[in-house]
Design a protein around this ligand. Structure first.
Ligand code: BTN
Length: 331
């Protein structure tokens, strides 16, 4: 039988992980009793943990113990911390990509929707890259947001989203560590990438532009998990040593993101100039940029009114770039 690519969060898995949360051993019989399931049912759940590479120890006669705390995502908990904000949050156990899931959603277009998943099997990044998305570690978040704007008015949106993520992360770890942004929207801490953003714009209809905003934040990822990531990366846990309950971070992210999107809808990118300047990692630096197949190098001068990156080229001319892959030139 073909494995399903989209799974809603299995409530027995949630209960099992809540039980194991105390860091103690629990044997199969007591797990079965507490969850009101058979030994076979318990065995299936344990297999699921193995398949998802959740680190646990099993000892004959004692049962199972989690190696490190794992609190699963909980849509109700997130919704409760947000209060009365009208929003539909779906939490999945597994999906190919949360962005793809929302792009295919049939829900009314004027509704704001959020999709979170514990893992992605085909998480995608910018420039056709993939996004490493192991189970239970990080945040894989997408929001479908209806703008009453046409597509041409949405340039700069990805920078505004990056600002909202940077602000969220600064709220979580404190402001002593300034989160920087590498144009257009890499979220960088101590020179390493902590979060990435992929915005996919769908066709306009009835005066709305549908935008799917995908955000991946490395939260409880640690050195042990770094296979599959090709660039220097960081995580909240790497910076602070804390194992986070991701639900609080998601609530903070949603509330900040909505307020930034609202401001962007009303005032556009110009309202965020100062904030961008404060976080702009590239400003004044020697930068290399691949735009299509064409390499450019120059000194970064910040952004223009459309959010394009402005480079001062070797001949002294200024050139704006609407997209591309940037890196700091090695001195
Ligand atoms: C990048 O920096 O390349 C962007 C990464 C974006 C990853 C997120 S995770 C949630 C959402 N779903 C996806 O498939 N991608 C985005």
């Amino acid at each position: 039988m073909k494995a399903k690519t989209t799974l809603v969060l299995n409530q027995n898995l949630v209960k099992l992980l809540r039980l194991l949360q105390d860091g103690q051993y629990h044997d199969g019989t007591s797990i079965g009793k507490t969850l009101n399931i058979t030994r076979g049912g318990v065995w299936k759940l344990i297999k699921k943990l193995e398949q998802y590479q959740v680190a646990f120890t099993s000892m004959k006669g004692k049962g199972y113990q989690l190696n490190e705390p794992l609190i699963l995502l909980d849509g109700e908990k997130i919704q409760n911390s947000l209060g009365k904000i009208p929003l539909k949050i779906e939490v999945l156990e597994k999906v190919d990509s949360t962005n793809q899931y929302l792009k295919l959603s049939q829900a009314p277009i004027e509704e704001v929707r959020v999709c979170l998943s514990e893992m992605q099997t085909k998480g995608r990044g910018r420039l056709n890259r993939s996004w490493y998305s192991p189970f239970g570690k990080n945040i894989y978040f997408s929001m479908r947001y209806p703008f009453q704007k046409d597509l041409s008015e949405l340039s700069g949106l990805s920078l505004v989203v990056a600002l909202s993520v940077a602000h969220t992360l600064n709220t979580i770890i404190g402001f002593q560590e300034k989160i920087k942004l590498k144009w257009p929207n890499d979220v960088i801490v101590q020179g390493e990438k902590m979060a990435g953003i992929l915005i996919e714009i769908q066709a306009e209809s009835n005066g709305f532009s549908q935008v799917v905003i995908g955000i991946g934040i490395n939260v409880n990822e640690t050195d042990a998990d770094q296979n599959n990531i090709t660039q220097p990366w960081s995580s909240l846990k790497k910076i602070t040593g804390i194992n986070y309950d991701r639900n609080g971070i998601c609530a903070e992210l949603i509330s900040k993101l909505l307020s930034y999107l609202q401001r962007f809808s009303v005032s556009g990118l110009s309202d965020f100039n100062t904030e961008w300047q404060e976080r702009d990692l590239l400003f004044g630096k020697a930068v290399e940029l691949m735009s299509g197949n064409q390499p450019y190098s120059g000194i970064a001068q910040g952004i223009d009114a459309q959010g394009h990156l402005v480079l001062k080229l070797a001949d002294g001319s200024l050139k704006g770039f609407s997209s591309g892959d940037t890196s700091l030139r090695k001195q």
